[in-house]
Design a protein around this ligand. Structure first.
Ligand SMILES: [Zn+2]
Length: 341
């Protein structure tokens, strides 16, 4: 037994929301004071940046400011870095080498935490950026009360990164694992997100991970048929359609889970988290609207330049490339299927 294992686990949870303490002076997991820049971890781990040449690439923030991937960092104390974040990243580096199969075998909580850490890093970067008087975001996140509620909820199960924790009979988010057909795929890495709904997607070679991290698996339930039928090598334009469906569902989601850590007692080895969704105040999803969903498709299909007129050729049934006209899963060998004249 190691010394670390012999000492009782620290089950103290951390709440950085009072005064919004997300800056570089405090560890994001435990609140220990940190030395800015020095005590930090990259949002996109070094192995990701090396493998996908992200050090030369940049990401566009909501105020249109461009930030290089290596600039994205989260304040993290030495202990949380060496005990929690680095081991998780090392594990995921191994898993990712086995491609989609590796991710399929990974346990749900580990996948949630790994995705959650990245998402947290991007979201906090945006929030801190908004505090800069020069930043003029088009859609200020900090003024988005619904987003802040979601963010606070999301942070509770995310604490399992540091505190041993089990979720009592629920999954905190919906995570979809898609596979692209390598013959039709020339994008080794992609990242996109919708911060206000805590939804994002990351693509590593032929593995596409799409996640809404604060829905208690509701979107996963709602999309289980589509997901089951999408578990095959997809053309990237089909994976993009799947993403549009998840992003739009997250936009329609009308509930935010509440989480309740059970009180702990001496000798406990983990925190048990309970959850509750108050669905008495309204519907779980707002009503589906085809023209709004078409906008989501338009955005996700930008690379293929599919015009809105084509997407909405039938206003009652927006264009689908996952399904044929009879509602059957469609095999798409290439896109466009014929050379356009
Ligand atoms: Zn820490």
């Amino acid at each position: 037994m190691t010394a670390a294992a012999a000492s009782p686990a620290d089950l103290t949870l951390y709440y950085p929301f009072e005064g919004m303490q997300f800056g570089p002076q405090k560890c994001f997991l435990c609140g220990t004071p940190t030395v800015p820049r020095q005590d930090s971890v990259p949002v996109f781990a070094d192995w990701l940046m090396d493998r996908y040449q992200l050090r030369e690439r940049s990401i566009k923030l909501l105020d249109m400011r461009i930030v290089a991937y290596p600039e994205l960092r989260i304040a993290c104390c030495g202990q949380c870095r060496t005990r929690h974040v680095e081991p998780l990243e090392a594990h995921l580096e191994q898993v990712s080498r086995q491609g989609v199969q590796g991710f399929r075998e990974l346990d749900e909580q580990t996948l949630f935490l790994w995705l959650g850490k990245m998402f947290y890093g991007v979201l906090v970067t945006e929030l801190l950026n908004e505090l800069d008087p020069l930043a003029v975001p088009r859609y200020p996140l900090a003024e988005n009360a619904q987003m802040l509620r979601r963010f606070q909820a999301f942070f509770q199960p995310l604490q399992a990164l540091r505190v041993p924790m089990s979720y009592d009979d629920f999954v905190p988010g919906s995570v979809f694992l898609l596979e692209t057909d390598p013959a039709q795929d020339d994008m080794p890495f992609e990242y996109d997100d919708d911060l206000s709904t805590i939804t994002f997607s990351i693509k590593l070679d032929s593995t596409v991970l799409v996640a809404c991290l604060v829905d208690n698996g509701i979107i996963g339930q709602a999309m289980r048929r589509v997901y089951k039928q999408a578990k095959r090598p997809l053309h990237p334009v089909q994976a993009a359609e799947f993403k549009a469906r998840v992003y739009y569902a997250a936009y329609l989601l009308n509930v935010v889970p509440d989480y309740y850590p059970r009180p702990t007692h001496p000798g406990d080895t983990e925190v048990v988290l309970d959850t509750l969704i108050d669905d008495t105040i309204g519907d779980i999803f707002n009503p589906w609207d085809n023209s709004a969903y078409a906008q989501s498709l338009l955005e996700m299909w930008k690379r293929w330049q599919i015009p809105l007129a084509e997407i909405l050729a039938d206003p009652e049934a927006p264009l689908s490339l996952l399904y044929d006209a009879d509602g059957q899963p469609r095999h798409l060998a290439r896109y466009p299927e014929e050379i356009r004249k």
